[in-house]
Design a binder for this molecule. Structure first.
Ligand code: HEM
Length: 507
């Protein structure tokens, strides 16, 4: 048995024995952990987040203030700029770590994937999502992943024409909204339509009346409260208002309605016929044989797909209208490749190299999931951040939480140079970022990499192209301030949105 095995065995004994024995076992565990770290050259992280108040409560207070001012990520940037990519802190006596170091994130998400789990994410999201890919670890997660992966392989084979009706609908709505328009709510409706069409077999906005409104409102509200609960981490139980429970029930009922429709159709017309419309549900049901579990997986995909893609589209136009030279260059590429045609196949989209650079640059500056957390499922090692120079490995005891910030990683000077905060899509055309590897990870990486990456990039690209084609006079409305990227107000839910929306003049 290796050192790790020995102290895990001891830890299991620790739960059940008498006090003197527990003290003895704790000492042996401490010694083994220390030896394990020593063998691997581990040194403690020496960059501490400064604090003045007892229990470091002022850190919480400052975070809270920055959150209220809608500048939480900007506030955290000060620490990353001053202390480097790795830092540590103690809150209520527990030590935690923050990292924006590609080597460490690679270890957490890929190399040592088995050593990490979701921690308090499961109880935080469970009331809204139930059992499914975002709330599971280990074998249940592997099962969900495999089931959903097969769906996304099937979807990947579909042509981009599955988005035709939704994009046409979006364009029609924008055409009728003259003058200054906030694109953000339009994009949220668009991605709600595309994602629900994918999973429910029809866009929810095609379902008339109060039920749809109630669903949309409940979904927004429950997502908002779920994001707050995630930030409360182990204290998620503090925040479970009655209205939240009601909203979660509305979402579940609404999703269940489609599962029941699909199952009824299957009963009446057979699997094959029902699959024409309800393929996602029928395929999941074939494996799970449990309508409630199918329903939960659908809600998981909905939360994964809706705000993220709307957020990407919103930041794209937010930046384009503030950089007319980039917009003009992109417009030229779109005209050259399409010749003005609105027929948007995957082949056509993939010819637009500059569009890809623009999207990369938007995702670099505003990764839609800016911050994430993992908890050590066993004592493990991070490859970097320890010792006086921050280059030694660090021993991470079991149960330690690590926050990793993709947002701050994407703005690191050592990776992106002095103009790291500038919107410059051209950086993706030159060889400078060819070996960026884990320094760029908007969809994360490793075994839990986003399953909807292709879906999201195709739908966003398609809609972006069509909007630029349709509105030749698209520009920043007069009187809107231009502030350096990252200094604008941001609304943090599970994604990071612009707090002031994405106002543009469509001409
Ligand atoms: C710009 C759009 C998107 C971004 C930036 C994005 C980003 C991500 C990231 C960072 C993760 C990893 C989360 C974690 O491990 O904690 C993830 C997971 C996931 N995403 Fe996306 N996503 C996007 C769109 C979509 C869409 C449109 C769908 C589906 C329609 C989708 C489905 C999923 C699923 C199912 C997972 C869970 C994977 C797992 O845990 O194994 N995503 N996404």
């Amino acid at each position: 048995m290796g050192l790790l095995g020995q102290f895990e065995y001891l830890q299991s004994l620790f739960e059940t024995r008498q006090l003197p024995l527990r003290v003895a076992i704790a000492s042996v565990i401490g010694y083994l952990v220390y030896s394990f770290g020593d063998q691997h050259g581990c040194l403690p992280v020496q960059t501490w987040i400064p604090y003045k108040w007892p229990l470091a409560l002022d850190i919480l207070k400052r975070q809270y203030d920055a959150s209220s001012e809608q500048q939480l990520l900007l506030f955290q940037s000060q620490y990353f700029d001053k202390l480097g990519p790795n830092m540590t802190f103690k809150l209520f006596g527990n030590q935690g770590f923050l990292t924006a170091d590609p080597k460490n994130v690679e270890a957490i998400l890929a190399t040592n994937f088995e050593d990490w789990e979701l921690g308090s994410r499961r109880p935080g999201l469970f009331p809204m999502l139930g059992e499914g890919i975002f709330t599971q670890d280990g074998r249940p997660w592997k099962h969900s992943r495999e089931l959903l992966r097969r769906q996304f392989v099937r979807i990947h084979r579909q042509d981009s024409h599955v988005f035709d009706d939704h994009v046409n609908d979006l364009i029609t709505k924008l055409k009728s909204a003259s003058g200054v328009v906030d694109l953000q709510p339009h994009f949220l409706r668009f991605t709600l339509a595309t994602t629900t069409a994918l999973i429910f077999g029809e866009p929810v906005i095609s379902v008339p009346g109060e039920e749809t409104d109630a669903f949309e409102k409940s979904f927004d509200y429950a997502s908002y409260i779920s994001a707050l609960r995630l930030r409360l981490a182990d204290f998620e139980w503090i925040w479970k208002p009655a209205k939240f429970k009601e909203a979660c029930a509305v979402i579940k009922d609404f999703a269940m309605h489609f599962v029941e429709l699909a199952l009824k159709e299957m009963e009446q017309s057979g699997k094959e016929a029902a699959s024409e419309k309800y393929a996602f549900i029928i395929e999941l049901y074939k494996e799970m044989q449990n309508p409630a579990l199918v329903r939960d997986q659908l809600v998981h995909v909905l939360i994964a797909g809706r705000d993220t893609t709307a957020c990407l589209m919103s930041w794209t136009f937010f930046l384009l209208v503030r950089h007319p030279e980039v917009l003009a260059k992109l417009r030229t590429e779109i005209q050259d490749v399409t010749g003005g045609s609105s027929d948007m196949s995957r082949a056509v989209i993939s010819k637009m190299k500059y569009l890809r650079c623009v999207i990369n640059e938007v995702q670099r500056l505003y990764p839609q999931l800016p911050f994430n957390v993992r908890v050590a499922a066993k004592t493990t090692i991070l490859p970097s951040g320890g010792g006086p120079d921050g280059n030694s490995p660090v021993l991470i005891p079991k149960h330690t939480g690590i926050g990793y910030s993709v947002y701050h990683m994407h703005r690191q000077k050592s990776i992106y140079g002095d103009d790291r905060n500038s919107f410059r899509p051209e950086r993706w055309l030159s060889p400078e970022l060819e070996s960026v590897g884990w320094g760029f990870m908007p969809f994360h990486g490793g075994p839990r990499i986003c399953l909807g990456k292709d879906f999201a990039l195709t739908e966003a690209s398609y809609a972006i192209i069509r909007i630029i084609q349709t509105f030749p006079e698209l520009k920043l409305p007069p009187d809107l301030p231009i502030v350096p990227t990252g200094e604008e107000k941001q609304a943090m839910t599970i994604v990071v949105m612009s707090a002031d929306g994405c106002k543009v003049s469509l001409g």
